[in-house]
Ligand binder design. Structure first.
Ligand code: ADP
Ligand code: MG
Length: 267
């Protein structure tokens, strides 16, 4: 089965979607067949790959309504990278899920049928604790939590750890593995050299979890965001997939992150 990674967090704007698309594209560029799942109705991951969902095209909402996942995914312009897109209609998913039995494992069950040639699945979530996010957590064995050093992000982080405990319990029951544990790694994201006080505060909050912090830090670099949000819809692309040049600093950091992740989680 593919190595499945959820990018999670309780605050918007910490770079989750950016991490998800760059990680997925970077894995594909290394030759791993990868599926990026957009589990956020704001569709940043979908748009960040330059994809627009036209009315009637299948999306993750159809997967939540039991359509075969293999019929809903599509190839992207990046070789080896496939996308399960989202659009605003995904906002219906919560209502759809509430009445379902086994409602937290709909995505996990769908992924069991995914074509076996996929080696990685990366899931981009929205900052919430709803059923869709619980589905993203239940589907993954590996978690990446991008954290920025602002006070709200740090506060939200402590709260989120409680949710992970809750979902861990749920997962232990579903999998009948009483000692199951997520592998959750923290990514210091949009790091800025200039903010020493914030750095110290972040360090304090994360001290008990320092073994879980990824070695690679991603700095705040203007071209990282511009690459997939501001270059125009259809030419949007993660920085890691751009030719070198103006995008190189961000791309190099993301290449290091992808390498670290592969070494960490390769079976
Ligand atoms: N390393 C970075 N440097 C500068 N801007 C970034 C970086 N990573 C992400 N961004 C920008 O920050 C904003 C929030 O990122 P996004 O990935 O959408 O966060 P989230 O998914 O957590 O809401 C976007 O405008 C994005 O382009
Ligand atoms: Mg996002």
């Amino acid at each position: 089965m593919a190595i499945t990674v959820s990018v999670i967090g309780l605050k918007g704007g910490t770079g989750k979607s950016t991490v998800a698309i760059n990680l997925a594209a970077g894995l594909a560029k290394l030759g791993f067949k990868t599926l990026l799942i957009d589990a956020d109705f704001q569709a940043s991951a979908t748009m960040g790959l330059g994809v627009e969902v036209v009315d009637g095209e299948l999306t993750i909402l159809d997967v939540m309504k039991r359509t075969d996942i293999n019929d809903c995914i599509r190839e992207t312009l990046i070789e080896g990278l496939w996308l399960l897109p989202a659009d605003i209609s995904l906002s219906e998913a919560e209502m759809e899920l509430t009445i379902r039995p086994m409602r937290e494992i709909v995505l996990r069950t769908a992924l069991e049928k995914l074509d076996k040639s996929f080696q990685y699945v990366i899931i981009d979530s929205r900052p919430a604790l709803d059923l869709l996010v619980q589905n993203a957590l239940m589907a993954a064995d590996h978690l990446i939590y991008p954290i920025t050093s602002d006070p709200f992000a740090l506060k939200a982080f402590g709260y989120y750890l409680q949710l992970i405990d809750y979902v861990t319990d749920l997962k232990r029951k579903y999998l009948h593995k009483p000692s199951y544990k997520f592998d959750c790694r923290i990514l210091l994201n949009m790091h800025q050299q200039s903010s020493r006080v914030r750095d110290r505060r972040t360090e304090q909050v994360l001290k008990p979890l320092r073994k879980q912090i990824l070695q690679t830090k991603i700095r705040r670099t203007e071209s990282v965001g511009r690459s997939h949000f501001e270059e125009g819809d259809s030419s949007a692309m993660p920085v890691i997939a751009r030719p070198r040049g103006a995008y190189e600093r961000g791309a190099a950091e993301y290449r290091a992150l992808v390498k670290e992740i592969v070494q960490l989680w390769q079976n």
